[in-house]
Ligand binder design. Structure first.
Ligand code: 5GP
Ligand code: ZN
Length: 113
């Protein structure tokens, strides 16, 4: 298993497991880009939204539910927050395991770089 997010999901690499259920896991980004910066992943390996198959959509929905949950638990709903999925090389994806960034605690700018 050479995917670092699969290793984190399996507990083979350490991470602060902020929230998890059968299908999803949330943990802090190693290099936070905002006062609050979590990653939400499906536990099962899916490379990106570009390669999501019919039987992956339930996991995608579960991840978005986890995004909502962790943002709520962290008190981000009132001020707002940003959810980002980088897809492929032009999208800036560096870890090829589907994930959402949940960023909050500061004013976000637009457009992103
Ligand atoms: P991407 O660039 O693919 O959208 O996001 C990958 C994110 O994973 C980056 O923000 C990076 O800081 C984070 N990351 C990479 N390796 C690790 C790790 O081993 N642990 C954690 N917690 N985050 C990681
Ligand atoms: Zn993986």
């Amino acid at each position: 298993m050479d995917c670092i997010f699969c290793q984190i999901a399996a507990g083979a690499l350490p991470a602060d497991r902020v929230y998890e259920d059968d299908d999803t896991l949330a943990f802090p980004d190693l290099r936070p880009r905002a006062p609050q910066h979590l990653l939400v992943i499906p536990k099962r390996h899916v490379e990106s939204l570009a390669s999501t198959q019919d039987d992956d959509w339930a996991a995608v929905a579960a991840c978005l539910r986890t995004v909502q949950r962790v943002a709520r638990d962290r008190g981000l709903e009132e001020g707002g927050y940003r959810v980002v999925a980088n897809i492929g090389s032009d999208g800036g994806q560096t870890v090829n395991h589907l994930h959402w960034h949940v960023l909050g605690g500061r004013l976000m700018t637009w457009p992103p770089g």
